[in-house]
Design a protein around this ligand. Structure first.
Ligand code: GTP
Ligand code: MG
Length: 138
């Protein structure tokens, strides 16, 4: 599964009306949508999804933000998907994101940075299974 990654269009970008624009960026960059849904994470969902950050000082703010409104989750396919998608979305802090990246264009700030991308092939698989059952992935 080295050719898939999991994305979430985060609550800020959904609220700001960027779902369509961001999906357009993603498909124009050559990613194929294998699964997609609009949903809202519960506190338990967000704590589980970001459990790697549970000891960080920003964890409670991160959980609060990620549960604050609906998100769009999707499984994306492309050769070298994880690395290429991280390049497409840009640095975690949009102030440091390269020109033309999704975070540079659509994110508000570090804590409200518009979009998630898996950070490894292993996590892409775990995160895809977190959001989607087998028959929701095409
Ligand atoms: P995700 O795609 O959401 O996983 O972001 P990332 O992989 O670029 O960053 P990381 O997994 O390290 O952090 C998860 C989220 O926590 C980020 O998207 C930020 O919104 C937030 N975050 C990361 N580092 C900091 C920090 O130093 N301070 C604060 N306040 N928030 C942070
Ligand atoms: Mg991350």
């Amino acid at each position: 599964m080295s050719n898939i990654t999991l994305t979430m269009i985060k609550p800020d970008a959904v609220e700001n009306g960027y779902i369509g624009s961001i999906l357009n960026e993603i498909t124009n960059a050559g990613f194929k949508i294998k699964a997609m849904k609009m949903t809202q994470l519960s506190v338990a969902d967000a704590q589980k999804f970001y459990e790697i950050h549970q000891d960080k000082p920003f964890f409670s703010d991160l959980v609060e933000f990620m549960t604050s409104g609906p998100i769009v989750a999707a499984v994306l396919e492309k050769e070298n998907a994880v690395e290429d998608f991280r390049k497409l979305i840009g640095a975690t802090n949009p102030a440091e994101a390269e020109q033309g990246t999704i975070r540079q264009k659509y994110a508000e700030q570090l804590e409200r940075n518009a979009i998630h991308g898996s950070d490894s092939n292993e996590n892409a698989k775990i995160e895809s299974q977190f959001h989607f059952s087998g028959r929701e992935v095409f």
